[in-house]
Design a protein around this ligand. Structure first.
Ligand code: ZN
Length: 300
């Protein structure tokens, strides 16, 4: 397999500045020359939202890449159009011209460096495993879907690549440490691509730890529908750590403690992420599995 055309997108969410600043830095620093042989397109996803320091103008851009939406030209709103522009530029779903996409994000949640996969092909798992061998504290988070064509993430424009989610960092600022972690991860991914392009088979572990998305958990609400609980302090910042029956998850405004009631141990992510309050989402739950990097995910 030869990966030649790569798109790196920053600012898909306008208030996540790290990606935007990084794209600007890469444009200044002859990034393309450093990776001679690879054709790298550097793109700002949502420039209008970035100008206003908001996640989006009319609709979340990273929920706008389902095949149906991309072919619905009646769909109103800035992001509906922006998704079509990006799709035409980097990768029309029916005739892919970009081989690999890295979509840069940040979060207020304590996610560290998270490699988010939406396609479970072996190449993606091998690459993620290679990144983990170089950046051991990174996490691999896989979000499966029933219908890949209808998956609405920007990354689904190509089967290869990942979304990079780094945190914790507030929206609307840049931090040197988060910036460097993001930049290093891109370098390691491109190094892997260069190696596989030249016929090398980079050494990776036989098995990697992957967190598979299960579901989102909403905040408790009062009769009027307002959120009336806070993430419990024991859960705050405990992204990717095991959550078991009886563990406190919320403290309600009435002073009650709400506990986790699932029988199996699951691993929460995006805990108390600012981006999801408007959807009433408190955190997501994942299942920790071991994936064979030679076979990939074996579906039950
Ligand atoms: Zn984002």
């Amino acid at each position: 397999m030869n990966i030649k055309n790569i798109a790196i997108v920053g600012g898909t969410h306008g208030n996540e500045y790290t990606g935007v600043y990084l794209i600007r830095k890469l444009r200044i620093n002859q990034f393309q020359e450093k990776w001679n042989g690879l054709n790298i397109d550097l793109l700002i996803g949502n420039p209008k939202a970035y100008e206003k320091c908001v996640r989006f103008i009319d609709h979340d851009l990273n929920r706008s890449f389902g095949k149906k939406d991309l072919t619905d030209f009646e769909l109103p709103g800035y992001e509906a159009n922006r998704a079509k522009v990006i799709s035409q530029k980097i990768d029309p779903k029916d005739s892919p011209k970009t081989d690999f996409i890295i979509d840069l994000h940040t979060t207020c949640a304590n996610m560290g460096v998270s490699i988010i996969l939406v396609n479970d092909n072996i190449y993606n798992f091998k690459m993620a495993s290679y990144i983990k061998s170089k950046i051991p504290n990174c996490h691999i988070y896989y979000i499966p879907t029933e219908s890949y064509a209808e998956h609405h993430f920007l990354n689904t424009l190509s089967p290869y690549g990942f979304a990079l989610e780094v945190g914790p960092i507030p929206n609307g600022i840049v931090r040197h440490d988060i910036f460097n972690q993001t930049s290093n991860t891109i370098d390691v991914a491109l190094e892997f691509i260069n190696m596989t392009n030249s016929g090398e088979n980079p050494e990776v572990d036989n098995a990697i730890e992957v967190f598979i998305h299960r579901k989102t958990v909403e905040f408790p609400k009062d009769k009027e529908g307002n959120i009336n609980a806070i993430i419990h302090e024991n859960l705050q910042d405990k992204d990717y750590q095991p959550l078991k029956k009886g563990d406190p998850i919320f403290s309600t405004l009435e002073g009650e403690i709400v506990t986790f009631e699932e029988d199996e141990i699951l691993h929460p992510v995006f805990i108390n992420a600012a981006a999801y309050y408007y959807k009433n989402i408190a955190f997501s739950l994942t299942e920790k599995v071991s994936v064979d990097t030679k076979k990939g995910l074996t579906k039950a």
